[in-house]
Design a protein around this ligand. Sequence first.
Ligand SMILES: *[C@@H]1O[C@H](CO)[C@@H](O)[C@H](O)[C@H]1NC(C)=O
Ligand SMILES: *[C@@H]1O[C@H](CO)[C@@H](O)[C@H](O)[C@H]1NC(C)=O
Ligand SMILES: *[C@@H]1O[C@H](CO)[C@@H](O)[C@H](O)[C@H]1NC(C)=O
Length: 482
Amino acid sequence: MATIKHNANRQGRSSLLLAFVGVVSFLLSQNAQRGQVELLSRQMMEADGFVQDAPEQGQAKSVDSNNAVGSDLLQEPQYTLNDPTMRLSPYVERPWLHFHSDRFPHVMDRPKRKLILTDIGWNHPNKKKGLAEFPRSLLMRELLQAFIDHPLFDPTFDWRAMAEGRVPVDTSLEYVVLMDIETCFESNYPVNVAQFTANADTLMGRVVKDKGQNPCYNMNGCGKQLSHVLDSPLFQQVNASTLVYFNCGGSGPGRARKERFSSHKISVVSISAGPDMLNEDSDMGMPPPAIHPVVLSHKQRQSIINSCDSESDRNRPYLLSFVGKHRKGSPRKELVQLHNGNDVISMRTPVYVDAQKKGEFNETFPSLLRKSKFGAVPRGDNRFSYRFTEVLSGGAIPVVHSDGWILPFREELVDWSKCAVVIPEKQMNQTVEILRDITETQRCRMRRYCYEVYEKYMVNPEANIAGILDSIEAAHHGKATI
Ligand SMILES: *[C@@H]1O[C@H](CO)[C@@H](O)[C@H](O)[C@H]1NC(C)=O
Ligand SMILES: *[C@@H]1O[C@H](CO)[C@@H](O)[C@H](O)[C@H]1NC(C)=O
Ligand SMILES: *[C@@H]1O[C@H](CO)[C@@H](O)[C@H](O)[C@H]1NC(C)=O
């Protein structure tokens, strides 16, 4: 039985393979010499385990003498991913790896966009130097890994060879570059303790430095590295090149760049920016990561996405909810005064914990958001709040009290007016009235748009990178795409 089945499988695979080889041969026949086709077919058969024997000397020679391919085509591409703590996910299809040799560019469509890293810091060719000299926050590690795991990332791009002019730049491509240096210093993520050491990447003994010692944690100290990138042949020659520069600074750092770097080729992605801090041609807001993301059941998700009806509202008895720390000078003081113990739940953390202990209020933080129509997002020390993403994860609609905060991504990509309710801080006491005026039908549409944006661009770091790349593209074409 086993043998018969095995043979049948093998036959099926053989004919499939032959069909595939046939198609490729046809594709190649117009432009390629016969030697190329033979070698490619052979490569595929070898890869499939069909050819056990090594090519004979004479054959290899005749291929070489056709001046078409050398033995290098049988070798792995040369990776230039130098950070020993980073891995290329095996689950990502990477079109650029098919083009590490430019001998078969016509086998498939070449992507128009390429994602690359520099080699200034973490990706320094001296791996020990990258580990010993360049600290990294866990947030930045997540974003870097997501960038590397984007299908259009090219792990063979040799920044140094390009920078030194040893390899030409392909000016027909759009490049998106991520600088391999800490620029997104957020000391409250993923552990909410405001300490860099608690939120630093220590894998393989990577150096942990206080932010004061890291010259590039804000843009004031980063001029040399930025110049190195902007003066490179790639940025000099390719108009459609963009340096994605994360800025997790609270309020100040973005300003310096506007004075010193007005290049539209830098896209600053800022977690806490106000309108005065951004270059409106190229910069954007950054989605805060969720410290406590909520997971919805399949049924809850379906009712939001598919059937925009009262179902998605029915199981949300609370109009508005908020639980959080109460800061001096933030709108949170007034926010907790909106609490009515009925459909508006707005409590300082100690009050909430106390009510839980006494059994007076039994909703957990996730269950509260899953049962809320709206979730408050008041600013904290800075304009941004993790609540924004947490509220979205619970399928609630964010109500933002943070004057001037630039919401995530480019406005050409995400139209937050279709989802978030932004209320000026000085109108905090009108919040409940404003929310009661929003009809069930409107809520339903808002919730659906919110959750679509959340799943597409905010649910994890990969989604964040997708949102940033789509933003850059939408900014070029000037229209909303979601
Ligand atoms: C390069 O981009 C700038 C800004 O978008 C534009 O004004 C300029 O015309 C472009 N140059 C070329 C050669 O495409
Ligand atoms: C909360 O749970 C406790 C324990 O199950 C129960 O005794 C109490 O009545 C509940 N409180 C409310 C407000 O439902
Ligand atoms: C809100 O507060 C302002 C002053 O702080 C007051 O004039 C106004 O009447 C209040 N509105 C409501 C609806 O309570």
